[in-house]
Ligand binder design. Structure first.
Ligand SMILES: [Zn+2]
Length: 55
């Protein structure tokens, strides 16, 4: 789905990438989270890629 507005695209990508992913169950957690909200696992990886990377 192509987004014409580059400004909106940047916001969308930021919102999509700025969170933590649980290693165990793959649930998305907020940046402030220290452990998974689903399985309480504290092994979270940061999903914080550079903007502009597709896929
Ligand atoms: Zn989890």
């Amino acid at each position: 789905m192509p987004i014409a507005d580059p400004e909106k695209k940047q916001i969308a990508q930021k919102a999509r990438l700025y969170h933590k992913i649980c290693f165990k169950c793959g649930a998305r957690n907020s940046m402030a989270a220290t452990r998974c909200r689903k399985c309480r696992n504290n092994y979270l990886r940061l999903k914080n890629r550079a903007l502009g990377t597709k896929k």
